[in-house]
Design a protein. Structure first.
Lengths: 343, 274
């Protein structure tokens, strides 16, 4: 925990471009952002050598959730579409990986990553076509239904999915040359996937595609007049968001070595959405902060009282909406913006 | 360039456009006037395929516009601005303008995500173009600012910049000087005239500001209750008894521009009652 806290402090100096002074502030802000990311990355590489295995495992899971939330952020934060079924695609990725590893002996585990991501992508595309014709609450309900029916479906095909018992698998072992402990190896595997996912999402959002998504989030009519094909962008945003979740699910299976329907209930989807909102919708660091939320808030609140998680979730979301409508990432940006003005 | 023929649009029992027809030649600047609710914006929405026409044809550069998908309009070289701003408030001014160039780019999810060389080249070219348009419209200073919370006149110019970067041949302006003060209106008129020749534009302007429309347009089309009631050079349309009646309710002697403008709002209920 202490290490994550210090990581958060180091993450803090990520200033946005100060408005009205674009010429001097722009490049400087950009440079500071990269310094912050480099420091964060250095801390992330250093951390597993200083922590006990359990904390390394916790950090690994934070990264897994961060990848999933990156996808959710793409859809909810950037494209402005809601999804209460993100956990379903996470589960699809996890189960695809588990089934591949379980049914094909000698399947090299790195191969499962593109396969799991691909399956989730295609499923996202298939659901995206009808789902993206719906708006707001209707879309929320359809995606929620997806999250609800997945667990019973997984229990149904017992010979493939292991039914309610789930599947237990061997975790990827560290190769001899690395000299790493198993938990450290898994951590670095996850870190590589997370960094790749961040880079992918970041360059996607800075491009023509990212602008088109922002445009349709802010004003659909104007976006269409500018030539943005709404249906295909929404559907692809849904599919890409599912793909990130699938990749995260795959890494989840590597790290946990066990999948069961009870790990992927509706609660997971809701926790993810809540985490992202608290972390900061549509921000660069929102998914990472949201992942800390998904990882730690449910278990910490469980320690207080069995019924506490629901209450604490609700209160936290209300508090965040009051104090920082743009989430923790937005709050951090606002605080940082004040610093240079004092000079 | 644009031929509108017998265009009719109905919303339930209301006929918003009733057999409207007019032509716009290449390089022309045409003003579209008429009291509130006359169907001007509806006509724009038909031209940009937001509404389907119930009957009639719209032909643009010899092509039937009524069968074109809404998102494909920009690619054909038609750009528009919106009556009450259609900006993207959470994006920067520069990004707003860049969205206007959307149809000029080719990068997709995968190629953009991987930052392939082609996408980077394209992005560089578009950004340079956006900066040039921002510079031309005097928006460089606010390019990093979100497209909200700026003076209304500035936001209007952002919208114009966003339309221009799409390299349109036909530009539709919906009340571009609405809400601007007299000095700003004059400035905008001057800029529009210059830009029109620089970018080789054909322009249709919807506007209530009579001084602006009459001063800048070569031809005026006047709508009332969805029908075209007059068409011709500004001086002629201004004197047209039908137009004066539509604006003032009864045929009175020629009013000043200001009176006409104000009475378009004031006199409307009287006319409907009569």
């Amino acid at each position: 925990m202490s290490e994550t806290d210090s990581a958060q402090v180091k993450r803090a100096p990520a200033p946005p471009a100060a408005p009205r002074r674009p010429a001097p502030a722009g490049p400087l802000a950009g440079r500071w952002r990269w310094v912050a990311i480099a420091l964060l990355l250095a801390a992330a590489c250093y951390a597993p050598f200083q922590l006990v295995p359990f904390h390394v495992f916790q950090l690994t899971m934070v990264l897994v959730y961060a990848v999933a939330l990156l996808g959710l952020n793409l859809l909810v934060g950037h494209a402005g579409q809601i999804s209460l079924g993100h956990g379903a695609f996470f589960a699809v990725g996890a189960y695809t990986t588990a089934i591949l590893l379980d049914h094909w002996d000698g399947m090299p585990y790195p191969v499962t990553l593109p396969l799991a991501a691909g399956v989730a992508f295609l499923l996202g595309l298939a659901f995206g076509v009808p789902a993206m014709r719906l708006r707001g609450l209707y879309l929320a309900l359809v995606t929620l239904a997806m999250a609800i029916f997945l667990a019973p479906l997984l229990k149904r095909f017992e010979e493939l999915t292991g039914g309610s018992m789930g599947l237990t698998l061997a975790k990827p072992a560290p190769p001899a040359w690395s000299g790493l402990a198993p938990d450290q190896w898994l951590y670095f595997l996850t870190l590589v996937v997370a960094v790749a996912a961040f880079l992918l999402a970041h360059s996607l959002l800075r491009s023509r595609v990212g602008r088109a998504l922002h445009a349709l989030r802010d004003n659909e009519i104007a976006a269409e007049v500018m030539g943005v094909r709404l249906s295909s962008y929404k559907t692809l945003a849904f599919a890409w968001s599912a793909m990130f979740a699938g990749a995260a699910g795959c890494v989840y299976t590597w790290v946990i070595g066990f999948v069961s329907p009870d790990s992927f209930t509706v609660n997971l989807s809701i926790t993810m959405l809540a985490g992202l909102v608290v972390g900061g919708l549509g921000t660069l660091f929102g998914p990472l902060l949201g992942a800390l939320f998904v990882m730690f808030v449910p278990s910490i609140s469980q320690d207080i009282n069995d019924a506490a998680p629901g209450v604490i979730f609700g209160l936290l979301i209300i508090a965040v909406m009051y104090v920082a409508p743009t989430g923790l990432a937005g709050l951090a940006e606002r605080l940082i913006k004040k610093i240079p003005r004092k000079e | 360039m644009l031929e509108v023929h017998d265009l009719t649009v109905r919303f339930g029992g209301i006929t918003a456009l009733d057999g409207v027809g007019f032509d716009v030649g290449r390089g022309e600047m045409v003003g579209l006037i008429g009291p509130n609710g006359a169907g001007k914006t509806t006509l724009f929405n038909c031209l940009t395929r937001r509404y389907d026409a119930d009957s009639g044809t719209v032909s643009y550069e010899g092509r039937d516009l009524t069968s074109v998908a809404p998102h494909a309009i920009a690619e054909l070289g038609i750009a528009r601005t919106f009556q009450n701003l259609g900006l993207f408030p959470r994006m920067s001014v520069r990004d707003n303008v860049l969205v206007g160039a959307h149809h000029r780019g080719r990068g997709g999810f995968l190629t953009a995500g991987l930052r392939l060389p082609g996408v980077r080249r394209e992005e560089r070219a578009l950004r340079a173009d956006a900066d040039a348009v921002l510079e031309r419209l005097g928006l460089t200073g606010v390019s990093a600012h979100p497209a909200t919370g700026l003076p209304f006149g500035t936001l209007k110019r952002v919208e114009l910049a966003r339309a221009l970067i799409g390299r349109p041949r036909l530009l539709l302006l919906d009340e571009p000087v609405n809400g601007l003060n007299a000095a700003e209106v004059e400035e905008f008129a001057g800029m529009l005239g210059a830009i029109r020749s620089e970018y080789d534009l054909t322009v249709i302007v919807v506007e209530h500001h009579m001084g602006f429309v009459m001063g800048i347009c070569e031809r005026i089309v006047c709508l009332d209750f969805g029908r075209k009631i007059a068409e011709g050079p500004p001086g002629e349309v201004q004197r047209d008894p039908g137009v004066i009646e539509a604006y003032l309710g009864t045929a009175v002697s020629e009013g000043s521009e200001r009176t006409i403008e104000r009475s378009s709002r004031l006199m409307r209920p009287t006319k409907e009652g009569a």
